[in-house]
Every structure is written in structure tokens, then in C-alpha cells.
Design a protein around this ligand. Structure first.
Ligand code: FEO
Ligand code: CA
Ligand code: CA
Ligand code: CA
Length: 596
């Protein structure tokens, strides 16, 4: 069938070139506007933002810092709910020097983590959107923050290793941390990944030896942010189990502001970038997930139950239990040799556990779910170059994963292989001749996986590196076979999205080619497969997050995360003042659209 799609899916635009501007730049013929920015009121009664009058009480009701995932869920005819993650904080950029005590800074920063739900409304220009003023009538508006109660679900909920002084049940957690990417489910909820949660826990009087191996595998080393002095649960010597309560996939129902969000133990615990759901032909929910660490793994979950498509409130409640029972898998990729001139091969999904049975020798179901990295280590999956967003393409049924970069690839612990073929320059000398003469995997890949027989529940797949990112003039780069003289340079893919025509949209984080980060469109099929074109760049020091193509492909939402995050910059001496409403930068969600 002919692909649907229009406007941003099919428009011919002149790609934005590499630049270092302190601006959000789109091609001529397009506009962009800020939908909401750090500190803007979210919940009714929130004060207007004043950087010198920040408080916990204000932050609990204002848009948090460092927006990452962006979801837009339909509400009325011209309104929608915008759901956004607030991944982390950088205090030197947030607080004027000498204005707050250390403890105040810690408490306010903690509260700036989490998620926001806000009502938005169409603007006059098709594809444009703006926030609805946070009135009492915006009943869905919500800030999920460090004191918001979550319920643990699935087989590991209540396990002894999830219990703490404050929660002897092991089933109730306050807060969510380092929420990076995410996904919108077919049943109208949002999934969000708890990523680098390890950084929030202090050693206190010393790390418990009970979890030495587990802590080490998760990078929990006690060098926290000093939060333990304002909340003892962040002191590992007092609460050794608290970090086990983070690192999960979270599910939120944004339509019900009184609902208790959940953390799904069945989806495993690691540095979850995010999760995206495909429904198999049989109606099972299949979640694709990445563990963003150098040399960590790709995962998949297949639900035991089938989705209820009847659209009733009861059906939604049932669908919200789909992620509590099923089977968790980890990926192994095998190459077919590089003589064919392509990085490609076969893959299989290795089962780790179901909700009732462990497939990892010596580990229980709860062991596998709470210490998923250690379980996966035992079954020989492929160590990948930092798996970020993994997302199924609803048009062609293939699955796309951003592998952002890996400075350690080629070391003894992580030799090159066909799926991760470029050795880092840092370690090249020590390994002899790498597979190619590249300067290393500094620019990342986009992996394309084709499920066997088109089935998301199949245990095997084929794969290829659709993009080997970098400067198109560099010999090792590959753009899906497209003419490399006609593509935009791209570096460090992080998040991926699709328009209705099935084009891939990629946002980047950490461009090392000398330009600001941005968002790119690239067809995955037809004569233009691999034609990477840059649609926008974000301001200085920022990474581009989201992205989300929505509203009939008329709107591109982008989260501009950490503008001005440059070494040495402070609140008083910022490296960016974007979005230029103040004399300091404010992370913000932007929407781009045609200017006519
Ligand atoms: Fe928070 Fe893996 O990016
Ligand atoms: Ca090959
Ligand atoms: Ca990233
Ligand atoms: Ca990310």
C-alpha cells in the first residue's frame, strides 16, 4: 500500500547546515516556537518562575529542568496533553551564586527531576501548538517529582531487596530519576526510562559489602550528589536497597492525574534509555529497549496477554497490566563477514526469564529482574555501542536502534565485531588492525533489525547497520547506500521517531563534527533510502531530544535539553541565553511547522 504521510514527511526542504549558533534553526519556509520552558507554571497556582525565588514548593508545580522525552496524546479537537521527562539537573546553571544554601539547592534540584503533563492547544498556523495557561480547568496537568508515589508491579515487586525503612512492603517507591527517553503506548499511556540513576546515591558511612558485585555492575559507587544529607534514603550505608528501586521502566496514565504511576519490574532493571511498544499481529505487546552504557545490551519484552482493543475504560485498565507478565529477552547479533561490503547478519533473542520461570542458571526470576545486567552477562549477548532509543517503524515493521558511540570499543573486554565494527582511536593501537581504517566509533550507528517473518514475537531477526554516522567524506561512513555527496553530516544519534510515511527522524547528542546537535529526516525505503537531511539545529551546548512527529506530520516537537551546558559556564556567565527570554538559558520544548 502507498505510504501515508505529508507535510514534514514529504516536504522538500533545504537542509540546515552545520553551525554553532545560539539559536533553534529550521529551514526556510518553517517556523518554530517554544511551547513550554523550565520553570513555567504546570499545576494551577504555580508561581511565575524567578531564578532568585526558587523553592521546593514552586518546583513541585513548575516545569522541571532538562526536558528529554516528549509525548503528545490527543485530548479534545484542538487540545492535547504534552508529556515530558525531566532527566537531570546541573546546579551551576540553575542557581545564582550565593542565593541558596547547599541543602536548598539539593532539595530544589531533586524536585526538578521527574515528569510533566501539561495541556496544549493548537495555534493559528497549522502544526503550531502552545501551552494552555495553567488554570484550575487544566485538570490533567501534573508534575511527577521526587515525592510522587509509584507502585512497583510484576514478579519482583515486594522482593526483600526492594524493601527499605520507609517502605517495608517493597512495593511503593517515592519518585522517579533520570528519566531519559520513552514511548507512548497503543493504550494511551506513557512509558519512561530511568537511566543513569546510579549517580544519586552517596556512600555515607560506607557501601554495604552485600551488594558489591551488583553495585559495581550498575556503576553505583557512592559518589552521589550529597542528597543523603537531606534525605537518608540516598545514603547507601543507611538504605542499601534504595538504588534497587530505580532503573525501571515507568508507566504513567496522563489522562488520570490521580492515578498512581507504576514501575514495571518485568521489563528488567538497567540504565533504561526508554521503551517503545509494537503490537504483534497476534495482539501481544512487545517492548523494545536499550541499556545505554558502553558495551551493554539490547532487550525485548513480549507480553503474555493480548491487547484489548475495545477502547473502554476497563480495556485500558487491562492493557495497563500487559507489562507485568511475559518474557524478557536480550539480543545476540552475529555477522556474516565483511567480505560482502556490508555490516550485517543474523540475530536472536535469548530469553532471560518469564514471570514464573528463570532461564538463567543460578538466578531466580527476581534475581534476573532486579539485576538484569548480571543475568544477561551469563547468556552471551552482544555488547553494543551504547544502545539508546530503540523503536519499531510502524510502516515497514523493522526496528531501529540508535547506537550513539563508544570510546571503549576495541579494548580487550570489548573487541570489534561486525555489529560494532569501528574501534575507538583511544584503543586502536593496542588491538592491531581494526576491521576498517576508521578513526573509531565516535559518531555512532543506526541499527536496523528485521524481525523474522515480520513478527515482533519471533525469536530471530536479521540486522544491518543502516547508518554509519559521521562526516560523509570519511571512508567508513555509510548512509543506507545513498550518494554520500548529497547527505548531511550526522554524529551521535540518540533518539529516533517515525512520521506516517515511515521516514526515520533522528535527534543527536554530542556531535563531535564541530556543529551543534540537531534533528534529521531520513527515508528508510525507496530510491532515497539513506538520504539524511538535517531539519534543525539546537542552540549552543544543547542536545536535541524528543523528537516527535505528530498532528498529521505537521508538527515536529523537539526538547532542547541543557542549552549552554558548556564546561565552565555558570548562571552568571552562561554559554547560551536561549530561548532569549532571560539572561540565562532555559531548557524548553519547541514545536516546528510550516510557516504558511
Ligand atoms: Fe539520557 Fe542515553 O541518553
Ligand atoms: Ca556482512
Ligand atoms: Ca544521550
Ligand atoms: Ca537519550
Amino acid at each position: 500500500a502507498a505510504a501515508a504521510g505529508g507535510v514534514l514527511a514529504t516536504d522538500r526542504f533545504r537542509p540546515v547546515g552545520p553551525n554553532k549558533r545560539d539559536a533553534f534553526t529550521v529551514p526556510s519556509g518553517y517556523r518554530s516556537s517554544v511551547v513550554i520552558k523550565w520553570g513555567d507554571p504546570v499545576v494551577y497556582g504555580a508561581p511565575e518562575f524567578d531564578p532568585r525565588k526558587q523553592s521546593v514548593k514552586a518546583a513541585e508545580r513548575q516545569f522541571g529542568f532538562n526536558c528529554d522525552y516528549v509525548g503528545v496524546l490527543p485530548l479534545g479537537r484542538s487540545t492535547a496533553l504534552l508529556v515530558v521527562n525531566h532527566e537531570y539537573t546541573t546546579e551551576p546553571h540553575m542557581f545564582p551564586a550565593g542565593t541558596y544554601t547547599d541543602d536548598e539547592i539539593k532539595r530544589i534540584s531533586m524536585t526538578n527531576h521527574g515528569m510533566s503533563v501539561v495541556r496544549i492547544v493548537r495555534g493559528a498556523t497549522p502544526g503550531s501548538w502552545r501551552q494552555v495557561k495553567a488554570l484550575r480547568s487544566c485538570t490533567e496537568n501534573r508534575r511527577i517529582h521526587i515525592r510522587t508515589a509509584f507502585r512497583l508491579t510484576g514478579p519482583a515487586a515486594g522482593d526483600a531487596r526492594l524493601r527499605t525503612t520507609a517502605d517495608p512492603t517493597g512495593k511503593r517507591v517515592l519518585g522517579t530519576l533520570n528519566n531519559c527517553a520513552g514511548g507512548t503506548t497503543p493504550w494511551g499511556t506513557v512509558l519512561s526510562g530511568e537511566e543513569n540513576f546510579n549517580q544519586y546515591f552517596d556512600a555515607g558511612a560506607g557501601l554495604s559489602p552485600d551488594y558489591a558485585a551488583q553495585y559495581a555492575r550498575y556503576g553505583i559507587n557512592g559518589s552521589g550528589r550529597g542528597w543523603g544529607t537531606v534525605d537518608p534514603r540516598f545514603d547507601l550505608s543507611q538504605e542499601p536497597h534504595e538504588p534497587h528501586r530505580f532503573g525501571w521502566i515507568v508507566e504513567v496514565d496522563p489522562y488520570d492525574p490521580t492515578s498512581t504511576p507504576v514501575k514495571h519490574t518485568m521489563l528488567g532493571r538497567f540504565k533504561h534509555e526508554g521503551a517503545n511498544i509494537a503490537l504483534s499481529r497476534s495482539g501481544h505487546a512487545v517492548a523494545y529497549m536499550g541499556d545505554d552504557e558502553r558495551g551493554d545490551y539490547l532487550y525485548k519484552f513480549v507480553s503474555a496477554g493480548k491487547v484489548d482493543r475495545s477502547g473502554t475504560a476497563a480495556a485500558k485498565r487491562r492493557n495497563m497490566t500487559l507489562l507485568t507478565k511475559g518474557t524478557l529477552f536480550v539480543a545476540k547479533l552475529t555477522g556474516d563477514g565483511t567480505e560482502d561490503g556490508r555490516f550485517d547478519g543474523k540475530g536472536k533473542w535469548i530469553p532471560l526469564c518469564s514471570d514464573t520461570e528463570s532461564f538463567v542458571p543460578g538466578m531466580s526470576v527476581a534475581d534476573v529482574l532486579i539485576f538484569t545486567r548480571l543475568a544477561a552477562d551469563k547468556v552471551g549477548p552482544t555488547k553494543m555501542d551504547r544502545p539508546e532509543d530503540v523503536q519499531p517503524n510502524p510502516v515497514n515493521g523493522r526496528v531501529y536502534a540508535a547506537l550513539t558511540n563508544n570510546s571503549n570499543r576495541g579494548s580487550g573486554a570489548m573487541p570489534v565485531d561486525e555489529a560494532n565494527p569501528l574501534a575507538s582511536s583511544k584503543v586502536r593501537a593496542s588491538i592491531g588492525a581494526p576491521l576498517t581504517d576508521a578513526s573509531g566509533n565516535r559518531n555512532g550507528y543506526v541499527l536496523e533489525m528485521t524481525p523474522y517473518n515480520g513478527s515482533h514475537t519471533a525469536n530471530s531477526f536479521t540486522w544491518d547497520l543502516f547508518l554509519v554516522c559521521g562526516d560523509p567524506e570519511a571512508p567508513e561512513t555509510y548512509f543506507g547506500g545513498f550518494d554520500k555527496s548529497k547527505v548531511s553530516p550526522i554524529s551521535c544519534p540518540d533518539n529516533v521517531a517515525f512520521d506516517r510515511a515511515g521516514n526515520l527522524w533522528i535527534s543527536t547528542d554530542g556531535n563531535v563534527l564541530g556543529s551543534n546537535d540537531g534533528v534529521f529526516r531520513v527515508p528508510v525505503a525507496g530510491p532515497n533510502r539513506g538520504q539524511v537531511q538535517q531539519f534543525c539545529t539546537v542552540p549552543k551546548g544543547a542536545e536535541a531530544c524528543g523528537p516527535l512527529i505528530t498532528d498529521g506530520d505537521r508538527s515536529l516537537f523537539v526538547a532542547v535539553q541543557h542549552p549552554g551546558e558548556v564546561s565552565g559556564a555558570t548562571f552568571e556567565t552562561p554559554a547560551s541565553t536561549w530561548p532569549h527570554t532571560d539572561d540565562f538559558p532555559r531548557p524548553a520544548v519547541v514545536v516546528s511547522y510550516r510557516d504558511r
